[in-house]
Write a protein that binds this ligand. Structure first.
Ligand SMILES: NC(=O)c1ccc[n+]([C@@H]2O[C@H](COP(=O)([O-])OP(=O)(O)OC[C@H]3O[C@@H](n4cnc5c(N)ncnc54)[C@H](OP(=O)(O)O)[C@@H]3O)[C@@H](O)[C@H]2O)c1
Length: 236
């Protein structure tokens, strides 16, 4: 399959990229960071099937340019994994003093970023045979299950993402599209800016579980669920 994945430099995106390549897929890996060379190293191992594509999902120009680049190789995609995200947390977060600029930025990346990418590449998915749309959400986006008393912007952005996916599912499922809305677990990733030693899953473990669920497990395609890394279905 031809698969586009966003935020592939490090963290879960990198873990999924590695796993997809191991399973024989062709990956167009969205590269956001300049000074991070894990993808380049991986490319030496998979020079034919790993394509590095500069991509900032917060910018329409960047998404358009990424599409132009991918079109030089193929006009069809089988799957998109909307993975890139930011947590927007800053050390000086105060409960009643939200930084609205940061909130908008988090929303622009976590919610609108996935929309920007999905809309831009929809015609390439139409030409492909997979018609698969995957979205990395979070338990943090579940309104029903939330017990938090802070972390507004991240949780709100993921709740908004969930609603987008629900509406898109209603629209595209009749055309044969397959959807995955996924909470990947608490990962030892780079969300805090550096590799965390706290979390339940390593990047490789999280990548493998996600790819299993996205491509190898039988699911009822007529139901959109927010599915956790451990198989639990979360309310959203
Ligand atoms: N970590 C967890 O426990 C956890 C739990 C639930 C859900 N998730 C979700 O899992 C996904 C992956 O997160 P992760 O934990 O792997 O975090 P991560 O290690 O920070 O990886 C995310 C990647 O996306 C990149 N990125 C940031 N802004 C971007 C943009 N505008 N365009 C394209 N790429 C951008 C990041 O770059 P920078 O490093 O420069 O930001 C980073 O390379 C996110 O959607 C996150 O919300 C994570």
């Amino acid at each position: 399959m031809n698969i586009l994945i966003t935020g592939a430099d490090r963290g879960l995106g990198y873990g999924m990229t590695e796993e997809l390549l191991r399973r024989g897929h062709t990956v167009f890996a969205g590269q956001y960071l300049n000074k991070w060379n894990e993808l380049e190293t991986l490319q030496q191992q998979y020079p034919e099937r790993l394509h590095l594509i500069s991509l900032d999902i917060g910018s329409q120009d960047s998404v358009d340019e990424a599409k132009r680049r991918i079109m030089q190789t193929t006009d069809r995609l089988d799957a998109i994994i909307n993975n890139a995200g930011v947590n927007g947390r800053s050390p000086d977060d105060e409960p009643f003093k939200q930084n609205y600029e940061t909130m908008l930025e988090v929303y622009n990346i976590n919610a609108i970023g996935a929309i920007r990418v999905t809309e831009a590449f929809h015609d390439m998915l139409e030409k492909g045979s997979g018609k698969r749309l995957m979205f990395i959400s979070s338990e943090a986006g579940s309104v029903t299950e939330s017990g938090r008393t802070d972390f507004y912007s991240y949780c709100m952005s993921k709740a908004a993402l969930n609603m987008y996916v629900k509406i898109l599912f209603n629209r595209l499922r009749p055309d044969g599209y397959r959807f995955r809305l996924y909470h990947p677990g608490w990962i030892k990733s780079y969300m805090g800016g550096q590799l965390s030693d706290r979390g339940e899953l390593t990047i490789a473990e999280a990548g493998e579980r996600a790819v299993d669920y996205f491509f190898d497990q039988q699911v009822d395609e007529e139901q959109l669920v927010l599915r956790g890394y451990n198989g639990r279905i979360l309310s959203f």
